[in-house]
Write a protein that binds this ligand. Structure first.
Ligand SMILES: C[S@@+](CC[C@H](N)C(=O)[O-])C[C@H]1O[C@@H](n2cnc3c(N)ncnc32)[C@H](O)[C@@H]1O
Length: 270
C-alpha cells in the first residue's frame, strides 16, 4: 500500500538537477510561479498548442457538473480550468478558485473579469490547508498542480475533505508516456527543446527544467490512485490522454460506510 513516504517514480530525485529539497519545495515552487506568471499562458500555448485546452475540457467532463453546482479548482494558477468549470455550472452555479501565488491568481481573476464570469471567486490559499468547510463542493479539481504541492497525499486529503459525499475529485496531471517510441521522442523534447523555449520566453530556463524533472520524479498512476482511495474516494478511474503524457484521475467521495477499491483504467484516443 502506498503511503506518504511511498517511493517516487524513476529518474530524477529531489536534490538532483533543479528539483528542490523536500523541505524547500513550498518556497521554491511559489517563488518560481510568481516569477513566470506573466508568460505562463503564452508558454502553455507555445509548448503544447491547443492540446492543453483539450486536456482541461476532458477533465471538466469527468467532474460531471451540472448548471447550478458549486465547485472548487485548487492550484488554479491563471484559471483556465476554473473558467472551463464556470461555463458548465452557468450563472446559477459558482466556482471558487484558489492558489498560493498571487501573481498567477491575479491573471486568472482578470481573465474572469474580461469574460464576464461573475460566478467565480478567487482567493489565495494553500492546497494543503484549504479555507473551506467539509462537504461543500459538488466537485473539486486540480490541473497540473498536485505535482507541485509539497505533501501530495495531504493535498489530496484536503480536496476530498471539502467535496460533498457523492461529489467528484478530478486530478489532471502530466505523466510518463505509455508508448515506448513516443516516450523517447517526448524525453528528447522535454530535455532539449522545452527548457530552451521556456527560457527564451520566460527568462527563467530552470522553471522549464523543473517541469520535466518533476514529472519524472512524480508518483506513479497507481500511487496517486492509492492516495485517493486512502482519502476516502471510491471508483477511482485513470484516463490516459495523448499517449499517456497527461493523466486524469477521477474519484467519487464515498458516503462514510462505502469503500470501493477498484481502479478502472482507460485510454483516450488523442
Ligand atoms: C503548473 S501551474 C497550473 C495552473 C493551472 N491549474 C493550469 O491548469 O494551468 C501550478 C500552480 O499550482 C500552484 N501551487 C503549487 N503548490 C501549491 C500549494 N501548495 N497551494 C496552492 N497553490 C499551489 C502554483 O502557484 C501554480 O499556480
Amino acid at each position: 500500500m502506498a503511503t506518504a513516504e511511498a517511493k517516487q517514480n524513476n529518474g530524477v530525485l529531489p536534490g538532483e538537477g533543479v528539483l528542490p529539497a523536500p523541505d524547500d519545495k513550498h518556497r521554491y515552487v511559489r517563488e518560481m510561479f510568481d516569477a513566470i506568471a506573466p508568460t505562463y499562458d503564452r508558454l502553455n500555448s507555445v509548448l503544447s498548442g491547443p492540446l492543453h485546452h483539450y486536456w482541461r475540457r476532458v477533465a471538466t467532463a469527468q467532474a460531471a457538473l451540472k448548471p447550478g453546482n458549486r465547485a472548487l479548482d485548487v492550484c488554479t494558477g491563471t484559471g483556465d480550468f476554473a473558467l472551463e468549470l464556470a461555463k458548465v455550472v452557468g450563472e446559477t452555479g459558482h466556482i471558487d478558485a484558489t492558489d498560493f501565488s498571487a501573481p498567477m491568481l491575479q491573471i486568472g481573476e482578470q481573465k474572469a473579469r474580461n469574460k464576464n464570469r461573475a460566478n467565480t471567486a478567487w482567493a489565495i490559499a494553500d492546497t494543503q490547508e484549504l479555507p473551506f468547510a467539509d462537504n461543500g463542493f459538488d466537485a473539486v479539481t486540480v490541473g497540473f498542480g498536485i505535482r507541485n504541492v509539497s505533501d501530495v497525499p495531504r493535498g489530496i486529503r484536503e480536496m476530498a475533505r471539502v467535496a460533498k459525499p457523492g461529489g467528484r475529485v478530478v486530478i489532471l496531471e502530466f505523466g510518463q508516456p505509455t508508448n515506448k517510441t513516443f516516450d523517447r521522442v517526448y524525453r528528447w523534447y522535454s530535455k532539449h527543446v522545452m527548457p530552451r523555449i521556456g527560457g527564451l520566453v520566460s527568462g527563467r530556463k530552470s522553471a522549464y527544467e523543473y517541469l520535466p524533472e518533476s514529472v519524472a520524479a512524480f508518483y506513479t498512476r497507481e500511487q496517486i490512485a492509492a492516495f485517493m482511495r486512502e482519502a476516502g474516494l471510491s471508483n477511482v478511474s485513470v484516463t490516459n490522454l495523448t499517449f499517456g503524457t497527461v493523466v486524469i484521475h477521477c474519484g467519487t467521495k464515498s458516503a462514510p460506510d462505502v469503500l470501493q477499491n477498484e481502479v478502472l483504467e482507460s485510454e483516450a484516443t488523442s
